[in-house]
Design a protein around this ligand. Structure first.
Ligand code: FES
Length: 177
C-alpha cells in the first residue's frame, strides 16, 4: 500500500530516484510514457506496459509512474487496484520473472519457464501453496543482449538455462520432482 507519512514520502522519493538510475526496464517505461507525452489519460496504457515489463506492479513502480505522469500516487494505486488484470504483487516470498520477449524466446526462455513450472508445480502467474514462490512472465525486460534473461527477486540474471534456473530456485520450491 502506498503510504502518505513523511517517512513513506521519503521512501517513495528514494524509490523513484533509484529506479531512474538503475534497471533498464525503467528506461523502456520512460520512453513509453514519453511517447504518450506523459499524459495522465495514458495511465492505463502505461500500467499495462509496466506490467508487461515487470510482471507485476509494486509500490516503487507505481510511484515511478505517478512521478512521470504527474499524478497523485493514490490515483495510480486506485486504477491499479480497480482493474482485475493488474497484479500488484506476487503473493510469494520469492519471485521469479521469466522474460518471454522475442530475443529471450528464441534463445530458449520457454524451456527455462517449463523447467521452473515443473519443478515448482505451478504455472506462470501462480504462487506455490506454501506462498514461498511466485512465477510470472514478462515481455522484453530490456536485457536482450544477455538473453534469455530471468529476474530472481529483482536481480536480472543473464543467459539462463533450465539447469541454471533450477539451481537458482531450488531453495524456493519445496514442491515438485
Ligand atoms: S526479449 Fe527478453 S530482454 Fe528483451
Amino acid at each position: 500500500m502506498l503510504t502518505c507519512t513523511s517517512n513513506g514520502k521519503r521512501k517513495a522519493v528514494a524509490a523513484v530516484l533509484e529506479h531512474a538510475s538503475g534497471d533498464k526496464r525503467f528506461k523502456i517505461l520512460e520512453t513509453h510514457m514519453k511517447r504518450h507525452q506523459h499524459k495522465a489519460d495514458a495511465l492505463i496504457e502505461v500500467l499495462h506496459k509496466a506490467q508487461e515489463l515487470f510482471g507485476f506492479l509494486d509500490d516503487g513502480l507505481m510511484l515511478f509512474v505517478a512521478h512521470h505522469l504527474k499524478l497523485p500516487p493514490s490515483r495510480v494505486y486506485g486504477v491499479a487496484t480497480f482493474y482485475h488484470f493488474f497484479t500488484l504483487k506476487p503473493k510469494g516470498a520469492h519471485t521469479c520473472v521469466v522474460c518471454l520477449g522475442t530475443a529471450c524466446y528464441v534463445k530458449g526462455a520457454d524451456r527455462v519457464l517449463r523447467a521452473i513450472e515443473t519443478r515448482a508445480g505451478i504455472k506462470a502467474g501462480e504462487t506455490t501453496p506454501d506462498k514461498q514462490f511466485s512465477l510470472v512472465t514478462a515481455r522484453c525486460i530490456g536485457a536482450c543482449g544477455i538473453a534469455p534473461a530471468v529476474v530472481y527477486d529483482g536481480t536480472v540474471t543473464p543467459r539462463q538455462t533450465p539447469e541454471g534456473a533450477l539451481e537458482r530456485v531450488k531453495g524456493w520450491c519445496s514442491h515438485g520432482p
